[in-house]
Design a protein around this ligand. Structure first.
Ligand SMILES: *[C@@H]1O[C@H](CO)[C@@H](O)[C@H](O)[C@H]1NC(C)=O
Ligand SMILES: *[C@@H]1O[C@H](CO)[C@@H](O)[C@H](O)[C@H]1NC(C)=O
Length: 309
């Protein structure tokens, strides 16, 4: 027989008492565990609470996406330049060189789609960034474009393009907005127009493109444009029905259906500064966009025996 104890008029066995104590301890423990947190939160004066919340908010991370092919010289300048430019602004960023490795014509927009997919889990916004356009003015802020896309290389400052709706060169877009418009069209093989089509996508989605204010430099001294136009000929060819199709808004293709193989990735350091190179094979559906390879113009064969010119 167990010892009997008299508690508040109840006669309990020692084992029953132990059980009750355990339950009470558990309940009290739960209460105490919940208590201090609530208590501290309530007790903090407002400014302190705000300081803690803003500290806990991580800074938005920027993926600089550089569509790339045959621009090694430019890359060697671009990487150190961007590191010092963005470090001055304290932007957390990483540079992704999205290199096209197939034999199709260059497709800047599809490469940006691929770079976006690769980086979207870890980065909050992208900069679509030409490798040959180096920002010089520190008032060009690469901050998180919360309200809408920010066009860094505005027509007032871009060395070459000055029409109002131009959004090429360097454009910041947050992840949600890029997804909202289904990224960029995959139809643009060869040079040009993909950025104009993207402008219409943004407009259709009622997104307003903003531009940096407070820029007092002009087209000669806001950027350094490292583009040799005789050595680096742009691929302006138009073949098949490319001209017609690429002048219209593309409601079909984009981020969700870009066809590619990621062949491999490399970490490459330029002056000790790491960038990630994505080697990408873009796949072309020739029944849909046959102009991903323009046939070389056939040179007329002159028969020597014909004697007629
Ligand atoms: C404009 O630029 C000047 C010079 O860099 C700077 O002092 C000023 O704060 C800027 N103003 C705004 C509104 O960003
Ligand atoms: C750069 O990449 C190398 C190889 O992946 C790595 O060991 C190194 O820590 C990186 N450096 C920095 C500064 O991130």
């Amino acid at each position: 027989m167990g010892q009997r104890i008299n508690v508040m008029g109840y006669r309990l066995t020692a084992s029953k008492c132990l059980g009750l104590c355990l339950v009470l301890t558990f309940v009290m423990g739960c209460y105490l565990a919940a208590l201090p947190i609530r208590y501290e939160k309530e007790a903090l004066p407002n400014p302190v609470r705000q300081r803690i919340t803003s500290k806990e908010l991580p800074k938005k991370r920027l993926a600089v996406l550089v569509p790339f092919r045959d621009r090694f010289e430019e890359l060697l300048e671009f990487v150190p330049h961007m590191y010092s430019f963005l470090n001055r602004q304290k932007i957390p960023f990483h540079i992704f060189i999205v290199q096209q490795k197939d034999n199709n014509r260059f497709n800047r927009a599809s490469l940006i789609n691929v770079g976006f997919k690769y980086s979207q889990k870890d980065y909050d916004y992208i900069a679509m960034h030409d490798v040959d356009l180096l920002p010089l003015n520190n008032n060009l802020k690469y901050d998180y474009p919360a309200a809408g896309p920010v066009h860094i290389s505005s027509p007032q400052t871009h060395p070459k393009y000055h029409y109002d709706t131009f959004i090429g060169g360097i454009l910041l877009v947050k992840r949600e907005h890029y997804e909202l418009v289904n990224g960029m069209s995959n139809n643009y093989w060869g040079w040009g127009l993909e950025d104009d089509e993207f402008y219409v996508r943004l407009k259709d989605a009622k997104l307003t493109v903003m531009r940096p204010s407070n820029i007092t430099t002009g087209i000669d001294n806001t950027f350094r444009h490292i583009h040799d136009k005789t050595y680096r000929k742009r691929d302006m060819r138009k073949c098949f029905n490319q001209r017609d199709v690429t002048r219209r808004r593309d409601h079909q293709t984009g981020l969700h259906d870009v066809q590619y193989n990621l062949l491999n990735t490399h970490t490459v350091a330029v002056d000790g500064l790491n960038v990630t190179v994505l080697n990408v094979e873009l796949l072309c559906d020739k029944s849909r966009t046959p102009w991903c390879q323009c046939p070389e113009p056939v040179k007329p064969v002159v028969k020597k025996s014909a004697g007629k010119k």
